[in-house]
Ligand binder design. Structure first.
Ligand SMILES: Nc1nc2c([nH]c(=O)n2[C@@H]2O[C@H](COP(=O)(O)OP(=O)(O)OP(=O)(O)O)[C@@H](O)[C@H]2O)c(=O)[nH]1
Ligand SMILES: [Mg+2]
Length: 338
């Protein structure tokens, strides 16, 4: 049997972080993945809080209960399964008008038993892309995104096209599914033409995010904003405080501090990179955040966060422990012999 790592966050964890008047209720919830990659969702009873909506199974932590013990108990009670392997996926804080919750969501990828609605609730196994067709409580938007995103985000190094294709051929089918096409040496026209060729060749293998001053002209690609573009769009947004997403596809932003993270939230981006966590050869003058500050910043945002800067795949476990979606990088994932 595999036990999860102990998380570094200090217990007890029901302490409100934002000075709430209402006590923040600590809820453990599970994104359960089966061997076909499907995810389990359940319908909340009509009479419950947020009744009639779909949810990720789980419930409130009991006094003095560890997070993993609570996860196991809830999955046993609600679905009749035993969680065998789990790790933190995303940790969010949400204020409903009538209650404040901390939704501490874990990814369960090994379990025993056959899940059934042990409390009479309807359950369904769905593909991650289908999650958007179901209605969840308002707090769940970042959870759905986190469930759909992988734990690694590859950023391509500047290189010629032949080298790029050779590297992509090598990482294909090896756990990389999300890629930012970064080619800083190319002018916009040449970059767009390359993006067309790359997506034609690898469209089904990877989800692409493109860089640029304007939203991608290549269909089905996401848009990754650098911090200057993030600021510009934030300044241009109409309607003051109201969140307005400036692009309907997958939208990401590069953030380096609390201010940029708050702009990303205001623009309703889907995920962010936070950098540099450690010193990195690609940005030698940037002062690293360090792990503690990265953790503090992640705790304040309800978004999937990829940590970036001087990291390796082996940093994933530490990234999960501080609430990150995973690790992003150029050198971390690009084949070294390419
Ligand atoms: N389990 C779960 N709760 C969620 C989700 N999203 C969300 O806002 N919540 C809220 O988190 C709280 C969790 O409550 P729960 O009703 O599952 O708690 P529980 O299993 O311990 O049941 P209980 O109400 O009988 O004590 C509710 O206020 C619920 O509205 C979700 O995806 N899963
Ligand atoms: Mg429950």
């Amino acid at each position: 049997m595999c036990f999860p790592r102990i998380c570094r966050r200090n217990e007890p964890q029901n302490q409100p972080k934002y000075g709430d008047l209402m006590r923040r209720i600590h809820v453990i919830a599970a994104v359960i993945k089966n061997s076909d990659g499907q995810i389990l969702i359940a319908k909340r009873p009509d009479s419950a809080h947020q009744g009639g909506l779909w949810e990720f199974p789980g419930g409130k932590l009991e006094p003095n209960e560890s997070r993993f013990a609570a996860l196991r108990r809830e999955l046993q009670e609600e679905l009749g399964i035993e969680a065998i392997q789990a790790r933190p996926l995303i940790d969010i804080r949400h204020d409903y008008p009538d209650k404040s919750i901390r939704l501490d969501v874990w990814l369960v990828d090994r379990f025993s038993g056959t899940a059934h609605g042990a409390e009479g609730q309807p359950i369904r196994w769905v593909q991650s892309a289908e999650l958007n067709q179901f209605e969840f409580p308002a707090a769940n938007r970042p959870i759905v995104t986190a469930a759909q995103l992988p734990e690694r985000y590859l950023i391509t190094p500047d290189c010629d096209e032949q080298t790029l294709f050779r590297g992509l051929d090598q990482v294909r089918g090896k756990g990389i599914t999300l890629i930012q096409l970064r080619q800083t040496q190319l002018q916009p026209k040449a970059y767009d033409a390359l993006a067309q060729r790359v997506t034609q060749r690898y469209g089904d293998d990877f989800k692409w995010l493109l860089k640029g001053d304007v939203q991608p002209r290549v269909t089905d690609c996401g848009w990754h904003l650098n911090s200057a573009q993030l600021r510009r769009l934030w300044q241009q947004r109409a309607g003051g405080q109201k969140a307005q997403k400036p692009f309907s596809g997958l939208l990401a932003a590069s953030c380096h501090n609390a201010e940029e993270l708050s702009m990303a939230i205001a623009l309703s981006v889907d995920f962010v990179t936070l950098s540099p966590v450690q010193s990195t050869a690609s940005h030698p003058d940037a002062k690293p955040l360090g792990w503690e500050q990265a953790e503090q910043l992640i705790t304040e945002v309800n978004l999937p966060v990829y940590l970036l800067g001087g990291l390796q795949p082996s940093h994933s476990a530490r990234a999960f422990d501080i609430g990150a979606q995973g690790v992003a990088g150029i050198n971390a994932f690009w084949p070294s012999d390419n």
